[in-house]
Write a protein that binds this ligand. Sequence first.
Ligand SMILES: *[C@@H]1O[C@H](CO)[C@@H](O)[C@H](O)[C@H]1NC(C)=O
Ligand SMILES: *[C@@H]1O[C@H](CO)[C@@H](O)[C@H](O)[C@H]1NC(C)=O
Ligand SMILES: *[C@@H]1O[C@H](CO)[C@@H](O)[C@H](O)[C@H]1NC(C)=O
Ligand SMILES: *[C@@H]1O[C@H](CO)[C@@H](O)[C@H](O)[C@H]1NC(C)=O
Ligand SMILES: *[C@@H]1O[C@H](CO)[C@@H](O)[C@H](O)[C@H]1NC(C)=O
Ligand SMILES: *[C@@H]1O[C@H](CO)[C@@H](O)[C@H](O)[C@H]1NC(C)=O
Length: 897
Amino acid sequence: MLLSKIFWLTLLARPLQTSTASLLRSVSADSPDAGREQVRLSTGWRFWRSENIPDGIIYERRSDASNESLLELKPWILPMGNAFINDPEDWHDQPDSNLDIDIEYTRSGFDDSGWENVTIPHDWAIRLPFLTGSRPVIPTSMGNLPVHGVGWYRKQLDLSAEDARKKIYLDVDGAMAYPMVWVNGQLAGGWPFGYNSFRVDITPHIKTGESNILAIRAENPAGRFSRWYPGAGLYRNVWLTKVSPVHVAHWGTFISSREVSDASAVVDLSVTVENRAESNAEVLVLTEVFEFNTQSQNIGRSVAKFEPAKLEISATDGKASFNGSVTIRGPHLWGPPPAHQPNLYAAVTRVYQGKRLVDEYETKFGIRSLEFHPDNGLLVNGQKVYLQGVNQHHDLGPLGAAFNMRAARRQLEMLRDLGANAIRMSHNPPAPELLELTDEMGFLVINEIFDSWEESKTPLDYSLIFQDWREPDLRAFIRRDRNHPSVIVWSYGNEVKEQSSDDERAAEIAIYLRNICHAEDPTRPTSTSMHFSSPNMTLPTTQDVISLNYQGEGMRYGPAYEHITGGNHKTPQYQAYHDAFPGKLIMGSEVASSLSTRGAFLFPVTPYNSAPVNDSYGGNSKTREISAYELYTADAGSSADRIFLTQDEKPFVSGGFVWTGWDYLGEPYKYSSLHTGGWGIIDLAGFKKERFWLYQSRWRPDLKLAHIIPHWNWPGREGEVTPVHVFSAADEAELFLNGQSQGRLKKGTEEYRFRWDDVKYEPGELYVQTYKGGSEWAADKVQTTLEAYSLHLSADRGHVASDGDDLVFVTMEVVDAEGKVVPKSNNTAIFSVSGPGEIVATTNGNPGDFTAFTSLERRAFNGLALAIVRSYAGASGELKVRATSEGLQGTEISIEV
Ligand SMILES: *[C@@H]1O[C@H](CO)[C@@H](O)[C@H](O)[C@H]1NC(C)=O
Ligand SMILES: *[C@@H]1O[C@H](CO)[C@@H](O)[C@H](O)[C@H]1NC(C)=O
Ligand SMILES: *[C@@H]1O[C@H](CO)[C@@H](O)[C@H](O)[C@H]1NC(C)=O
Ligand SMILES: *[C@@H]1O[C@H](CO)[C@@H](O)[C@H](O)[C@H]1NC(C)=O
Ligand SMILES: *[C@@H]1O[C@H](CO)[C@@H](O)[C@H](O)[C@H]1NC(C)=O
Ligand SMILES: *[C@@H]1O[C@H](CO)[C@@H](O)[C@H](O)[C@H]1NC(C)=O
């Protein structure tokens, strides 16, 4: 039964530089059973949503849905977790009785012609108007959009007669929430946690050679179940995976590297093969490693192959694993730019039954070493990499939670431009594609799964299902993501309540979760982020690395914070943790929590380097703006300047993750009635807040940059003190107002910006010349503008792919007759498009603007607005995007489809 050596060599002799997909196709042609087929189920869906429970079922009765006559489906769903529960004693039995319920939406005869046509990923709430009324069922903390209710999705699946020989799986990357899957009227499975990916075997329910009805139900509680905007429905991709009965198991490979140097590296591989056929199988497993070109998405040169392995796998549900190692000479290591390059490899695993190739499975990975050093911080491939990180939520602003590759890539591109090299996935598993992007672009990732354990933060959150699902959720999460080189730390908790209520219980749970992480992946450290725990408590003793939220630099700490009573006060804790845990690396998993509204400047300006926002300093509760002088914070937060200072004082700290990189939906802080908290360095539209240049000057110190704030349109402030600050990596700077020097400043050792706090306003021009090491560095100027005169449009790219997914982001500026953006302008623009495409959303980044994201009429906010444009699938030609506004000259731009 063994494959001949000659056949193996023939396979290796296949032309290089072909994509794996085409390799797969060419092999499958010779052998009809070979290979897996993965089909994205994006189009052809019908959708309907009810604000109530229209079908008499629920996963489990909750306080918002306690109707006794609802049928609980939990007993039928729980066994889905068994594949991720280690001890068979803990497995859930399938109920003896069949599920006795007939739901018309799941039947093939049901007439869904009145339902909406949608494409997946889909977020049913984001295109609807914001909720109104004083106590909306979904509050502003959750984004104020109607995520609640039950959504049904239906799609016809046509399976050929040939598919009868295959196992057919439905792979759902994430659905919010409590997704349950029906096929031809029968319940096939489900997975309550809305952020995790799961697989349902639909083989027993399908009819091959004819059409089948797939129906997926998602449900969100009517009430507080999240601390932020969660999204609603099938918000990530859904796939149909067809494989022969003997195949590489779900997430069945694990690849890691050790003994890594420029000269060589050892790559360890484990492959699990599953036999779902009627008879025992003897298979040969061959895995070959190729270079992977991320630009072309092609595999390249073959660099190694693992010893062929023979596995015997018992019938119907047997599994067998192969473990092997190879040494790769001169490996192209993976690491974050600019010091490293994110080089990737692809391991192609082929499974043969006799001479038949029955499966081919590709695993992308990177070769890199990580060292978590208590004094030197993080070392990647032996070199120190300071964590210049940001936290990111899963939503994509005006596109909601619906995953979109281009929108996600745009977020990362801007973060790269900022100088960020690390991302914490706060606080739940991301879309799988996002980790492909972080692999390809070279971001370091803290991958996080839970925001609450046993104790709830909101009444209807994950704590309801923690007991039943903690093990399967955590194991599934790690198995899905452990091959990504970008992932460096697993985080199994964020600011859990147990820290303050029951430290011993917190430690017990942490050990339980940590041990699961270690069992699933012995190569990475684990952590949970602590804002409350102290170094003398038990929870920190359970941590592989210490992740501190805010307490490292102190909370409600410093001269401008002294008046605050109540809340959790902390003096800076980095040193205390370092002393208590001298062997552990420390990072700031959340730092800053500073706040600002793009383009809004308020007076007076605090004399301090960090101050809590209030109505005397930094805030205005009437306009709900927070000053973009970038010195103001949440009560427990610190400005960027103060974080930099603490980091310079405590060089053993490995770096920090700013709360947050981009604005996200929900979690308003100082003022209610905002749809975003405004924590981001970049606003919800993707416009840079003033802080962007402050971080950039710190994180990319070689960039010749000088950036003046504020803008210089202050009619009515003539003669009044109007401070001018400049962000730059320079060490000296001279500011001129209408040619008059305002003084040449040297940056002090504890300073991260230049401040001229006594400048008196007069209209005209501000000009700054900076110097570094005595030589000219960078200059900037800001001028008082004329009246708003016209609109100006620019696109992030001049072309858009017609794949139905790709997007173009069009920025609108309100400009004066000389083309300068008019700072406070708020003219209303009307967007339109001609040609083969549509505007899918507009926004302006204003946290207080509750105009629906689908509106084509959008007021500029401090001079700017955004329209997001998509071309129709399969279309070609020219798209013209137009913006008009009463009293201003309109404009248009073209985009090539
Ligand atoms: C309880 O649920 C049943 C079945 O869905 C429904 O017929 C009934 O109207 C519900 N009762 C209340 C009080 O909502
Ligand atoms: C949905 O799409 C179908 C074609 O697949 C079309 O016939 C139908 O009119 C569409 N329904 C709506 C509501 O647009
Ligand atoms: C094979 O590798 C897996 C994953 O690292 C590990 O869990 C397992 O113990 C290994 N098995 C053997 C026999 O070494
Ligand atoms: C731990 O330290 C804090 C202050 O850092 C102190 O208030 C508390 O009493 C200490 N707890 C124990 C158990 O020593
Ligand atoms: C506002 O903050 C400042 C410090 O920046 C503080 O002195 C002042 O007391 C605060 N005002 C109020 C009303 O809390
Ligand atoms: C628009 O700007 C003008 C001039 O600054 C201001 O008077 C008006 O209140 C603004 N309108 C809105 C809705 O913000």
